[in-house]
Design a protein around this ligand. Structure first.
Ligand SMILES: Nc1nc2c(ncn2[C@@H]2O[C@@H]3COP(=O)(O)O[C@H]4[C@@H](O)[C@H](n5cnc6c(=O)[nH]c(N)nc65)O[C@@H]4COP(=O)(O)O[C@H]3[C@H]2O)c(=O)[nH]1
Length: 877
């Protein structure tokens, strides 16, 4: 036996017995220790844990059974074999010994060989039992550790926010799932473990099998993939899955880790909506619209389809914003969007490009007619008024159309062309549509060239100012000048603003050019102040963009200070339309400038939509009556009424009036007679370069004074007939009666003479080429109601003339040939009649209009007549 000798404990109260046993056992090489009673034995066992105990039964105090029971009851000593040594050999004693836990018995006196045999056998048994016990303990510890590991693993698995599924690839069943997986799916763990992936994943068994095979074969790395899972209640949700395959013996285990990405997907969807859809109308925005157009064009080109792009812009939309506020403007856009969508088929695309700009993609089936029908439908859908917070608002749209492949082959050009066509529709008076044409293309190219040339012009300072004098109507003297920009374009000579101002506006270059104009005009005023010309008031045109984007106020103040120019020598001309834009900003800026002394006038007055109430908000000094009203002021009663209304309104607001574009003395006479303060026009002078306008001012040129001024009033008769023979005969007949006789051979000449002279009696032929006598007199009735009007008719049937008489256009009529005496008497009577009825001091018929004559109402009526058919929101209060 190798290793330390086995330690044997001999327990006996008889020292002789102990000694014998010690001797016998030590002789066999065992180590021994002795205890003389039970307590001592227990103490020794606790202390040294012997390999075997020889235990006497009969001992004083604690007997052998008790000792054995205690030892076997204690796990630390239960494995120590006990041999009971006893003189009793009866069966009862043996049973009691075995019950107490003893393994063997020896009878006293002890037989040496039996002792050794028993001791050796028991020690062997113990050795192998110890071995087994140690092994078991190791195994147990290992199991305990594994169990703890497993527990830790499961706790970790359960604690993770991701769902984890372990799938046995051979059975396609879950063999393990974590708590998150069960919660995500709504199944219990047990229910889940009874299922396989094809019951919760979207995809067939075969599809999953293919995915798993690819991962196992290494053809797929099992990178993050998006898929969907189905819950117990049948609802689905998106997950991101990471799959890895693990070999387990011959089988493969697929570990699937899945995260619920519902929130991420929703956020992505929200972002996508924000990036691609207009939040106000929910229509595709410009980005998505362009993307859709590009894709449509690819398909269209492949399939030889035709595609139309419609650019749609609401007319006068800005007025809704300005008058009803932005919330109502938004509401109009929303309502329009939903009407627009109903005008097209499902497969067509409607988008909002921004502001009031919408666009439509139409895949065409029936050629251009189909597109025209859609455009007409869109116009039609606007016919019903929009209900905006209690206001009924009418709106119209201008539509431009460009077509693939006729006009362009790519989306950018197609968009550009339909936009160009839309602007054409606007220019054509709005509320209409236009197809893009090759001519427009030429214009687009020309426009681009113009813009490039203008940019260069700004850099190279190619602009100059010309000046057009303004004249005081009563004194005939120059009272100021309007600065008008010209472009000395290399290779093109002097270019007028009509050809480039709009492009300067559209490109924003007007802000820089405008600043230059302010500075140059102020420099010129200074130069005249320092020359014999003397101080002169100069007006400059300003664009609304100079308020919003530039620093008009700063520019003006700097230029005035730099040149030492008194502010009242500078006048700013703003169009009605530019006043309407940026109103608050504009008003505030104008107020400050006006406080400084700078003068302000409204240009082209009458062409915009400003009402009297609106005008009061602006700090203005002057109204400039648009040339459009002056052109026919002597012959068109509508224009005449408008001009008179403006003059009268200006007077009541203590504003000066300037008539623009006065070209004839008749116009001047009309204006002079009706109290217009100033005139500007070719009649006096065109805009001139500085040296020429200086010469004009130094020469002291004035307007010719009005005819008949200072002379005594004479009775004036106007005879109008297209036959000079008749005129001559009438003149000869009436010569002796002392009238001032004026003759005209056309209605136009007649109007001019009426404007130039105070005519008392007017006799006109009924049959004239351009205009009948009654029509002429109809107009004269409105323009000069105090004239006594006679018609000379060659016709027997006077029914048309009777109508005119009933309308009050004609006071008398005569048929040709006439009786000289009666005619002379009647004309004389007509003068007397007119003098009796009319106020002999009155300068003209409308100079002191009748009480019912209301200038604001006249302007409103005129606007109503000149509005597009569907009334625009511009009419809102
Ligand atoms: N047929 C005819 N025309 C007459 C007569 N009297 C004056 N005109 C023209 O009428 C225009 C008057 O200027 P506007 O109404 O301010 O209209 C101006 C103004 O709106 C704009 N503009 C001109 N210069 C400037 C400028 O310096 N800045 C800005 N922002 N706009 C300018 O361009 C418009 C056209 O300017 P112009 O071509 O110089 O044309 C000038 C002038 O030459 C006439 O008796 N008969």
């Amino acid at each position: 036996m190798s290793g330390p000798a086995a330690l044997l404990l001999i327990v006996d109260d008889e020292p002789a017995n102990c000694k014998l046993l010690v001797t016998l056992l030590q002789a066999e090489g065992y180590a021994t220790m002795v205890a003389s009673n039970g307590e001592a034995a227990l103490a020794l066992v606790a202390e040294r844990s012997p390999d075997l105990i020889l235990l006497d039964i009969m001992m004083p105090g604690m007997d052998g059974y008790q000792v054995a029971k205690i030892l076997k009851g204690n796990p630390a000593s239960a494995h120590i074999p006990i041999i009971m040594v006893t003189a009793q050999i009866d069966r009862g004693a043996r049973l009691a010994g075995l019950n107490a836990g003893a393994e063997e018995f020896l009878t006293k006196p002890v037989d040496r060989s039996e002792l050794w045999l028993r001791v050796r056998n028991l020690l062997r048994m113990k050795a192998s039992a110890d071995l087994l016990r140690d092994h078991g303990a190791i195994l147990e510890a290992q199991v305990r550790e594994r169990t703890a590991d497993l527990q830790r693993f499961r706790t970790a698995m359960d604690a993770t926010v991701d769902a984890i599924f372990l799938v046995d690839c051979s059975t396609m069943r879950f063999i393990e799932v974590n708590a998150t997986a069960c919660k995500m799916l709504g199944f219990t763990r047990e229910e889940t473990l009874r299922m396989g992936p094809e019951q919760v994943a979207l995809g067939s068994f075969e599809q999953l099998d293919r995915v798993y095979d690819a991962i196992i074969d290494g053809r797929s790395t099992g990178e993050l993939a998006e898929t969907r899972l189905r819950r117990k209640d049948g609802t689905e949700f998106p997950v991101e899955a990471k799959r890895t395959a693990h070999a387990s013996g011959d089988a493969w285990i697929m570990v699937e880790v899945m995260s619920d990405i519902t929130e991420r997907k929703e956020a992505e969807a929200r972002l996508h909506r924000l990036a691609h859809y207009d939040p106000l109308t929910s229509l595709p925005n410009r980005t998505l619209f362009n993307e859709t157009l590009r894709n449509t064009l690819v398909h269209a080109t492949q399939n030889a389809w035709r595609v139309a792009v419609l650019c749609i812009d609401l007319d006068h939309f800005k007025n809704v914003n300005d008058t009803l506020g932005h919330a109502m403007g938004d509401e109009l856009l929303r309502q329009f969007a939903s009407r627009l969508v109903k005008c097209v088929r499902l497969r067509d695309t409607v988008g909002r490009l921004g502001g009031d700009e919408f666009a439509v993609i139409l895949v065409m089936q029936h050629g251009q007619l189909g597109v025209a029908a859609v455009a007409a439908k869109i116009q039609e859908c606007l016919r019903a008024p929009f209900e905006l917070g209690g206001h009924e608002v009418n709106s119209t749209a201008s539509i431009g159309v460009a077509i693939l492949p006729d006009d362009a082959a790519d989306s950018d050009t197609l968009m550009k062309y339909s936009d160009t066509a839309m602007y054409r529709a606007k220019q054509a008076g709005r509320n209409t549509f236009r197809f893009f044409t090759a001519q427009m293309n030429v214009e687009v190219v020309a426009r681009l060239e113009l813009e490039t040339a203008l940019r260069r012009a700004v850099e190279h300072r190619e602009f100059v100012l010309h000046y057009q004098p303004k004249v005081q109507v009563d004194s005939g003297r120059v009272c100021g000048l309007e600065a008008l920009v010209r472009w000395e374009r290399p290779g093109h000579g002097l270019v007028l603003p009509g050809e480039f101002i709009q492009a300067l506006e559209d490109t924003g270059l007007i802000v820089r050019v405008g600043r230059w104009i302010v500075a140059t005009a102020c420099k010129q005023i200074r130069a005249w102040m320092d020359s014999p010309v003397g101080p002169r008031q100069v007006s400059i045109n300003v664009s609304s963009r100079q308020f919003g984007e530039g620093d008009l106020e700063g520019d003006v103040i700097r230029a005035l200070e730099l040149n030492g120019v008194p502010p009242d020598l500078l006048e700013l001309e703003l169009t009605e339309t530019s006043l309407l834009a940026n109103t608050e900003l504009t008003i505030a800026c104008l107020r400050r400038l006006k406080k400084l002394g700078v003068r302000v006038s409204i240009d082209d007055f009458g062409t915009g939509y400003s009402s009297l109430a609106y005008l009061r908000r602006f700090p203005i000094d002057k109204l400039k009556i648009d040339k459009g009203f002056i052109d026919d002021v002597t012959s068109n009663p509508d224009d005449a009424s408008i001009v008179l209304a403006i003059v009268r309104m200006a007077r009541s607001l203590k504003l000066e009036t300037v008539a623009e574009g006065v070209e004839t003395t008749a116009q001047l006479a009309f204006l002079r007679r009706h109290g217009c303060d100033q005139m500007q026009g070719y009649l006096f002078s065109k805009p001139l370069a500085v040296p020429e306008v200086e010469a004009l001012m130094l020469e002291g040129r004035t307007l010719p004074s009005p005819r008949g001024d200072g002379k005594e009033r004479v009775r004036t008769l106007l005879l109008l007939d297209d036959e000079p023979r008749i005129l001559a005969a009438l003149q000869a007949m009436l010569r002796a009666d002392g009238y001032q006789i004026l003759t005209a051979i056309s209605a136009a000449e007649g109007f001019e003479l009426l404007a130039l002279h105070k005519v008392d009696v007017l006799m006109c032929d009924e049959r004239m080429p351009a205009m009948s006598g009654t029509d002429f007199l109809d107009r004269v009735k409105d323009l000069y109601p105090d004239t006594f009007r006679i018609v000379l008719s060659g016709q027997a049937d006077p029914s048309g003339i009777m109508d005119a008489i009933n309308r009050g256009a004609i006071h008398r009529y005569y048929t040709k040939p006439w009786d000289n005496r009666t005619m002379r008497e009647n004309i004389s009577e007509a003068f007397r009649f007119g003098e009796l009825l009319g106020n002999p001091d009155r300068e003209g018929p409308a100079d002191e209009p009748p009480a019912r004559w209301d200038p604001t109402a006249v302007i409103e009526q005129w606007k109503a007549r000149n509005e597009p058919p569907a009334r625009s929101p511009a009419d809102l209060p």
